[in-house]
Design a protein around this ligand. Structure first.
Ligand SMILES: *Cc1c(COP(=O)(O)O)cnc(C)c1O
Length: 416
């Protein structure tokens, strides 16, 4: 099977390809809104369920506004991300600040906005006390170490730089309680692009068991439990969407067995997904500009790895449609490549595609998260524009393309 549908009419595609200079990103508002609703609805058993969108996945305020409108908060990890959250009018309990190796400036801004602070390390308690203040509400990030296996993108927890050990958690909550901190949360993030629902149920179970132990050892009641992000998406056409209801039902079951039975409820359930919310609803449009036949057959396109580095960085699969040839036989084998002087600058390797000729438009699917956001300027390749296909089917530019002037703007040199 080699089909993955594009949610655009033939007329819309024609307009997109004739009006906009490639490469560019396009996001589908309707799809994004539907996915937000689906996630929230699946957790409707939990009255206070909240999704904090991981801003790093697609840090564009026009997108964040849509998510805010759907009731999502923002999960931030840097000053820039906090600034974006503030700009769209988020504050207080609508912002989760899950950072690591955090600077004082970042903590200062997070405190100013009243965000939930999710501390990554035991020493950050003292760091806050000495330099700023302890807020009324604090959450800790747990690293389960050898207790839990991770997955490919995030690695094994024991090797991961994030979070507290279990002993540090017990000590940390006790210390904060003695210092007068009033409200407590717990967080973990052990998977990325994970498509097995049971992984998330296991994570919830692990955290709920920990909440019981924290009560016993530190005398502290945990009020919110942040299961992290990491719900995967079907990048391959033959993959299925993750069944959110299976995750939710499984989490509910563990909640009843562990939290309710031990009289520890209510505990609010939070998540901080990025990829699953916007990933499937973003598309990178690019044009075939050269065809090269040597030991392999290459299609050179006008986008490169600096527009989308997931294939080069992780060997990630991104489906490719050739506009107008969606239903043609896919009997050619190509490497689809960009122009960087790096041989991993390939969007696809040995991909079965229809015959491609110069000036064909290619659409790279599932680029709505960790796509444009990961862009860089190596080789002097500047980042592309971003467009939104609004719910009423208008095409709106939400970020202009960078120019060479932008590229040189940090240099002060005659002639540049
Ligand atoms: C990256 C990240 C997320 C989002 O991950 P997705 O795979 O996009 O869902 C959430 N929380 C933290 C702490 C992260 O670093």
């Amino acid at each position: 099977m080699n089909s993955k549908k594009l949610p655009f009419s033939a007329e819309e595609l024609k307009k997109l390809c004739s009006d906009l200079p490639t490469p560019f990103y396009l996001y589908d508002e309707k799809g994004i809104r539907e996915t937000c609703r689906e996630l929230i609805k699946s957790f409707s058993w939990s009255a206070d369920f909240k999704e904090f969108y991981a801003v790093k996945a697609l840090p564009n305020p026009y997108i964040l506004e849509i998510l805010k409108d759907e009731g999502l908060g923002a999960d931030c990890s840097s000053l820039a991300e906090l600034t974006l959250a503030k700009a769209i009018g988020l504050k207080d309990t609508s912002i989760m600040f899950t950072s690591n190796n955090t600077t004082l400036k970042e903590y200062e801004e997070a405190l100013k906005l009243g965000a939930y602070l999710n501390l990554d390390d035991f020493t950050h308690i003292k760091f806050l006390e000495e330099n700023l203040e302890l807020p009324e509400t604090i959450s800790f990030r747990y690293n389960p170490g050898p207790e839990r296996s991770g997955n490919v993108i995030i690695g094994t927890p024991e090797e991961a730089k994030y979070g507290f050990t279990k002993e540090q958690l017990f000590e940390g909550y006790k210390y904060l309680n003695d210092k007068g901190v009033k409200h407590f949360g717990i967080h973990t993030m052990v998977a990325s692009n994970e498509r097995d629902p049971y992984f998330f149920i296991e994570t919830a179970k692990m955290l709920f068991e920990l909440i019981i132990q924290i009560k016993d050892k530190s005398g502290v009641s945990i009020e919110f439990c942040n299961l992290g992000g990491g719900i995967g998406i079907p990048y391959l056409p033959e993959e299925e969407k993750v069944d959110l209801l299976t995750i939710s039902k499984g989490v509910q079951n563990e909640y009843e067995k562990l939290i309710v039975k031990n009289n520890l409820n209510p505990v609010k359930i939070f998540m901080e997904n990025g990829r699953m919310i916007t990933g499937p609803h973003g598309y990178l449009f690019t044009k075939a500009i050269h065809k090269k036949e040597i030991y392999k057959n290459y299609i050179g396109v006008d986008a490169c790895m600096s527009n989308l580095m997931r294939p080069g960085m992780y060997g990630a699969y991104h489906h490719i449609s050739v506009i107008g040839k969606e239903d043609a036989i896919h009997d050619k084998t190509y490497d689809v490549v960009g122009s960087l002087c790096e041989n991993n600058d390939k969007f696809a390797i040995d991909r079965k595609l229809p015959e491609i000729t110069n000036n064909d438009f290619l659409v790279i699917h599932d680029a709505g998260a960790h796509g444009h956001a990961m862009g860089f300027q190596y080789n002097g390749k500047v980042r592309s524009a971003e467009y939104l296909l609004t719910e009423n089917r208008e095409i709106k530019q939400i970020r202009r393309a960078e120019t060479l002037e932008d590229y040189f703007s940090t240099l002060s040199y005659p002639g540049l």
